[in-house]
Design a protein around this ligand. Sequence first.
Ligand SMILES: Cc1cc2nc3c(=O)[nH]c(=O)nc-3n(C[C@H](O)[C@H](O)[C@H](O)COP(=O)(O)O)c2cc1C
Length: 275
Amino acid sequence: MMPPTQLDISSPQQKTSWRCAVCGFVFEGEKPPKGCPVCHSPSPEFIIFKSKEQLRYDGAKFDVLIINGSTHRAGNTSYMADIAEEYLREQGVSCRRFNLSEYHIDYCWCCYAVRAESCAYPCRNKNDDMPAFHQMLAQAKAVIIASPINWNGMSGRLKIFLDRTTCMENLYHLNKPGLTEGKVAGILVCGHEDGAIKTAMDVWLNLQQLGYILAPFGIAFRTHGSQFNSSTDKEFFRSDELIVRHTKGVVNNVIKMMQLDAEARLKGNLVPVTE
Ligand SMILES: Cc1cc2nc3c(=O)[nH]c(=O)nc-3n(C[C@H](O)[C@H](O)[C@H](O)COP(=O)(O)O)c2cc1C
């Protein structure tokens, strides 16, 4: 019999450490567990556990940055992000997609609240994954943000992510460079019962103060309904035709808007009036 090789996954030495991206539970095994015993997340929430390296942006150009702001890397919001990602690729548009639950993003230090000039780009907090996201936001021509509805608003993870974009905001009294002005935005929201438009508007308010242009018909949302048990949401969304049509619609409209290249035409011609 051949001795076990490094690729022999049946060998007991080949156990992998899997981390639940939701709660941090670590499991040792050849495959991730069927579900997390701590937070009850399903198997796809597990990622290979390795020592965390800081996210770096390699500088390669791409058009659309997709952010899944959900706690779940493979949940219902992720399904909308999956549709968007797949459709962008089908249309030949370059994109990168990130699930925030897989990254380390600290809360905003709120330097601006102490001394406006202290909130400069690059951000003073250089210790986590956010500087790479800042660079990608500045480079990409468009952003598509997906959020679940949590208490009629965006997820906590997404709120922290958006708070951290403050250093990119071209505050009128600071005369900072407008790093995101004229770029295009699309917003995807997924929930159980109510609060989708409020959530989309909260996300939009942040983006518009960064100078983004919302694509026409640039918001898609889908909820299942409070009369249903939320355990049935996943099955509902996966067989729902409208979620696919609306998400692809937003992506199409982001692409069309991006192709107008408003960013280049507006450069240097906008007056930031936000605070
Ligand atoms: C803390 C919390 C608050 C929620 N609040 C709302 C809400 O206000 N409105 C709503 O429609 N759904 C609400 N939901 C349900 C989620 O939006 C819904 O389950 C969504 O599909 C989850 O997406 P995910 O799989 O990406 O986490 C809430 C869920 C949680 C965990």
